[in-house]
Ligand binder design. Sequence first.
Ligand SMILES: [Zn+2]
Length: 233
Amino acid sequence: MNYLYDLWDDFISLLFPRVCYACGNHLLRNENLICTACYVTIPRTNYHLQPENPVAQLFWGRCLVEKAAAFSFYSKGSRIRNLIHKLKYAGIKEIGYELGRIYAVTLKSSGFTEGIDMIIPVPLHPSKKRIRGFNQSEYISSGISDVTELPVNEDSLVRIVLSATQTNRSRYDRWTNVEGIFRVNSAEAIRGKHILLVDDVITTGSTIESCVNELLKVEGVKVSVIAIGYSVV
Ligand SMILES: [Zn+2]
């Protein structure tokens, strides 16, 4: 019976080849979303093992972050960029979940997530979320949560200002464009907690900085930060 099922599966794959969202090569029967070669060879930053890594340094002198790290290097043509694009612009949400899961295995086994109480995905403005239909950071967070068993809090931090797209802005503009765009709307739920703030890609760190400064207004809060991609443009 299994043999017949496999034959059928191969037949379907011939008609509708499944490809790796990172490299575009055909997937084998036991592979899903990302091929084994990409799993193994996507370059990892290993920043979770270096407290003074470049992502952590982004926040020095700007806001107090306990720990910061990113999974991989995000640059033009990189496989992690292909994955994030498929997640955000083609709406393949499972990629977010899978990337969160993969990174969380590494973070958990190294002790990075010890002492953390909850996960907060960087919120999208409600109107942007409505247009896209989902928040990619929530899917990444849900993968992290499944591995670490940390709860995800999607309600306590909200984005109140819809800023223009940051893609074409100069670095200086991006630094000055994110003051006061987030608000904590249920301080009680996060008081005294160590929060893991989750984003898809970190570039200048200004969006994260804005979130952190808002979260730190609540008594006893500590914040650590992770992203899937660290943009090295
Ligand atoms: Zn691949």
